[in-house]
Design a protein around this ligand. Structure first.
Ligand SMILES: [Fe+2]
Ligand SMILES: [Fe+2]
Length: 206
C-alpha cells in the first residue's frame, strides 16, 4: 500500500468517526489538520472535541460559578482538578481492566459529571440532573454524536447512584473514579463529612 493510499484511508476513517467540525470550532477543521497514516489525526479530532467542551461558554461559566461558590467549602470540591482527577482515574481503570471505552468518552463524561453543581447550591436542583441538562446542550455543539451523547448523559445521571458501583462500562467507571478521587484519609473535614463510612476512602488504597 503506498503512502497516498494510507493517508486517504486514515482521512476517511477520521471523517467517518468525527464528522465535519462546524465553523465555530475556530477554523480547526479536519480538512486543515495534518493527517497521518498512523491515525494520529483521529486522536487530534478527539482532542478537539474535548477542547471544545473546555472552551464552551456554558462549561466555563458553570465551572467558574461552582469554584466561586465553593471557595469557603471545607468538604470535597467540584473544581477543575476534581473533574480531571475523575477522568484520569477512570481511564486508569479502563486500561487496567482491559475495558475498551474510548478515552474521549471517559474524559467528556468526567469533565461534565459535576458541571451543574452550582445549580444545586443556587436552585436546589440535584447536581447529577443539572449536569446532565447542561451536558445535553454542550455535547452536540462540540461534535458529539447522538449515541456518544446518550452514553455520556447516562454516566452523568448515574454517578451518584449506588447501582452503578459495580456496573461495567462508562457509567460504572465514572461512579468508581468519582469516589476513588476523594482523599478522606488525609482530609481534616472527614469527621464532619456526611458520607457513609463505607463510601469514604479511609486508607490509602491503590
Ligand atoms: Fe457529583
Ligand atoms: Fe464528582
Amino acid at each position: 500500500m503506498n503512502e497516498k493510499t494510507m493517508k486517504n484511508i486514515a482521512a476517511q476513517s477520521c471523517e467517518a468517526f468525527a464528522g465535519k467540525l462546524p465553523a465555530e470550532s475556530g477554523g480547526k477543521t479536519l480538512e486543515n489538520r495534518p493527517e497521518k497514516a498512523d491515525g494520529s489525526s483521529c486522536a487530534a479530532a478527539e482532542n478537539d472535541r474535548l477542547q471544545r467542551i473546555w472552551e464552551h461558554p456554558l462549561f466555563q461559566e458553570s465551572l467558574l460559578a461552582t469554584e466561586r461558590l465553593e471557595r469557603e467549602r471545607i468538604f470535597c470540591g467540584h473544581d477543575r482538578n476534581h473533574l480531571l482527577d475523575v477522568a484520569r482515574i477512570a481511564y486508569i481503570e479502563n486500561l487496567e481492566t482491559g475495558t475498551t471505552v474510548p478515552k474521549y468518552l471517559i474524559y467528556a463524561a468526567a469533565l461534565l459529571h459535576d458541571i451543574g453543581r452550582h445549580l444545586q447550591y443556587t436552585k436546589g436542583i440535584p447536581h447529577h440532573e443539572a449536569s446532565a441538562q447542561l451536558a445535553a446542550e454542550i455535547l452536540p455543539e462540540c461534535g458529539f454524536s447522538q449515541e456518544d451523547t446518550r452514553r455520556i448523559l447516562d454516566a452523568i445521571l448515574s454517578h451518584r447512584d449506588k447501582a452503578a458501583a459495580f456496573a461495567e462500562g462508562l457509567s460504572g467507571m465514572i461512579y468508581r473514579a468519582d469516589k476513588r478521587s476523594r482523599c478522606c484519609f488525609a482530609c481534616p473535614a472527614e469527621p464532619e463529612c456526611d458520607w457513609s463510612r463505607e463510601k469514604k476512602n479511609l486508607t490509602l488504597t491503590v
